[in-house]
Design a protein around this ligand. Structure first.
Ligand code: SAH
Length: 343
């Protein structure tokens, strides 16, 4: 069975041609699914009845089941979604001054096992399909349609490592970009990675100008290895080279995420090392005070420490922001809601 939500407009056109239909039927189906948010062929009233009947026999349209919406402050809503095989995934809706952002998961669980992150705690279950990733955004779009809004930004920063589920993740972005669907510009999309160097190099060749966000979290290999096992495969130097290549090839600035963890990576010395490391990169640093998780005893630094760390970067002319903790009150980011559900 073919999942029609998994297909790009050109693939839906070929699919129609393979059924001896005119190719524009593919565009009609794409817009039913991605603009009108329809999840059954029966509702596609401009298709001939016989075609709808045939499609029901050979295809389906993924629809995640919304199990709960957890509302936090300032328009943040955490969605707990259920897949057809009864796995739980998370997506988050955030409202910023520049519109609604959907933060999407790309895998069920995660293999990367970063020591401070809840997503890897239960291990890896399976990859999400492009259709499932897209549907996370469509579930959010369905809700905001009610107040006349649109999902305008996509960040692949939910559970999972997008570059470890490369094709479906990138395909989902292409589907979300298609004009006859949500039509979200690639410049308003961010791919976040823990540092899979070959994936970064491959992404640089896709000719989709998405923002690359690198979860760095440490200025030296010694510290990074204690937090992120991936650093044993790809060192910081390799990662910096890949980031520079991405910037050159796409003309897009790279963002570096840095979760501040008390007494682990938050000293003034770490800040100076980070400034040295990033001086050549012309990247932007996003400091995230750690969101403590139940499974680990890492703590977030004091506000004084956070400010001191950020000041050192500013003084070194490294652009830096401290992330608002939109997630904290809704257990957002980092797989915490899903963990609660699975327990
Ligand atoms: N695998 C990708 C995307 C998912 S994680 C990546 O690693 O980038 C999204 C971001 O949340 C990453 O920067 C991740 O390191 C960070 N994160 C995970 N657990 C966190 C926690 N407990 N507190 C703060 N940030 C966390």
């Amino acid at each position: 069975m073919e999942d029609a939500k998994n297909l790009l407009p050109n693939e839906l056109r070929s699919f129609m041609v393979s059924l001896e239909q005119p190719s524009y039927r593919g565009d009609q189906i794409f817009s039913w699914i991605h603009k009108h948010l329809v999840c059954s062929f029966d509702e596609m009233t401009n298709l001939p009845l016989t075609l709808r009947q045939r499609l029901k026999e050979i295809a389906y349209i993924t629809r995640l089941n919304v199990r709960s919406r957890n509302e936090g402050k300032k328009g943040t809503v955490k969605y707990l979604l259920e897949t057809y095989d009864k796995n739980a995934i998370e997506a988050v809706r955030m409202e910023y001054q520049y519109g609604i952002t959907a933060c999407l998961s790309t895998q069920i669980g995660c293999k990367m096992a970063c020591s401070f992150c809840a997503s890897g705690v239960g291990g890896f279950v399976r990859n999400l399909s492009a259709g499932e990733i897209v549907d996370e955004a469509l579930r959010i779009q369905e809700d905001v349609t009610a107040f006349g809004a649109n999902v305008g930004n996509i960040v692949l920063m939910g559970t999972g490592e997008p570059l470890d589920n490369y094709e479906p993740s990138i395909k989902a972005l292409r589907i979300l970009n298609a004009k006859s669907g949500l039509g979200i510009s690639f410049r308003r999309m961010t791919v976040s990675t823990c540092g899979l160097v070959p994936g970064i190099l491959r992404l640089a060749e896709e000719e989709i100008p998405v923002t690359l966000s690198i979860s760095l979290h440490a200025p030296t290999d010694d510290v990074r290895e204690t937090l992120m096992p991936i650093n044993r495969r790809y060192s910081i130097v390799q990662l910096m080279d890949a980031a520079a290549y991405y910037r050159e090839r796409t003309g897009r600035r790279v963002t570096f995420e840095y979760a501040l963890i008390r007494d682990i990576n938050d000293s003034d010395r770490h800040a100076c090392q980070l400034a040295d490391l990033l001086r050549e990169q012309s990247g932007h640093v996003n400091l995230i005070p750690l969101n403590p998780i139940d499974e680990k005893d890492y703590m977030r630094p004091t506000t004084i420490r956070i400010n001191s760390f950020s000041k050192i970067l500013q003084e070194a002319s490294i652009p830096v922001t401290v992330r608002r903790n939109l997630g904290l009150d809704v257990n957002a980011a980092c797989g915490q809601l899903r963990r609660r559900y699975c327990r």
